[in-house]
Design a protein around this ligand. Structure first.
Ligand code: GAR
Length: 211
């Protein structure tokens, strides 16, 4: 299996979904490192509880020198022979240097149906725009923030009484299904595993994944 690092900044629920998937027989990735840019990231304890190696590379130590921060990250990745990176709620923008090094080997999950709503506050913006559908996207990381080739997407309805929080919770359920499916497609470089999954349950995500 491909040696995987997962980068987090917070709760790490997507990280947990990936770690769970990696425990399945025949899953093509093996988590060897969880890296956080904050010691307070809640996901660190969850990773440790599953016996996964963790490391904190605190961006603040580098006083705004983003490449120095990334050189420290790169050293950790080399130490653990990492082959593929999944960003899972990692809230630092990476430089072209780092992205170039990992091109085609680094993916991200973003909480909107890209190319709509790149950036922050996606749920609030989708409600304000009166969208009827919203969701999440998994994409390769390229120099343009939230602009890389899309691997898969999951859509959920927006209901009239939704708040950013209720919508975020619905999208998060979809994220946890989408990310393991897309990671699997990406590490096995599967160009043909497109599928559509629908459900009668209005709260269930409508998943379209097209590598
Ligand atoms: C997720 O909703 C993820 O899509 C989002 O942050 C949340 C992290 O939750 N990512 C971004 O906004 C990236 N810019 P988690 O820590 O529980 O996985």
């Amino acid at each position: 299996p491909t040696r995987l690092a997962i980068f987090i900044s917070g709760t790490g629920s997507n990280m947990e979904a990936l770690l769970e998937a990696c425990e399945e027989d025949d899953y093509p990735a093996k988590p060897v490192l969880v890296l956080a840019n904050k010691a307070s990231a809640g996901g660190l304890e969850k990773a440790k509880a599953r016996g996964i190696q963790t490391v904190v590379v605190d961006h603040k130590v580098f006083g705004g020198d983003r490449e120095a921060f990334e050189h420290a990250i790169q050293a950790e990745l080399e130490k653990h022979d990492v082959e593929f990176i999944a960003l899972a709620g990692f809230m630092r923008v990476l430089t072209p240097w780092f992205i170039g090094k990992w091109e085609g080997k680094m993916i991200n999950i973003h909480p909107s149906l890209l190319p709509s709503f790149p950036g922050l506050h996606t749920h609030q913006r989708a409600i304000a725009a009166k969208c009827r559908l919203h969701g999440c996207s998994v994409h390769y990381v390229t120099a343009g923030v939230d602009e890389g080739p899309i691997i898969g997407q999951a859509a959920v309805p927006i209901f009239p009484d939704d708040t950013p929080d209720t919508l975020a919770a619905r999208v998060l359920v979809a994220e946890h299904k989408l990310y393991p499916a897309c990671l699997e497609a990406a590490v096995s470089d599967d160009q043909n595993s497109s599928y559509v999954q629908m459900s009668d349950d209005p709260d269930a995500p409508f998943i379209i994944s097209a590598p």
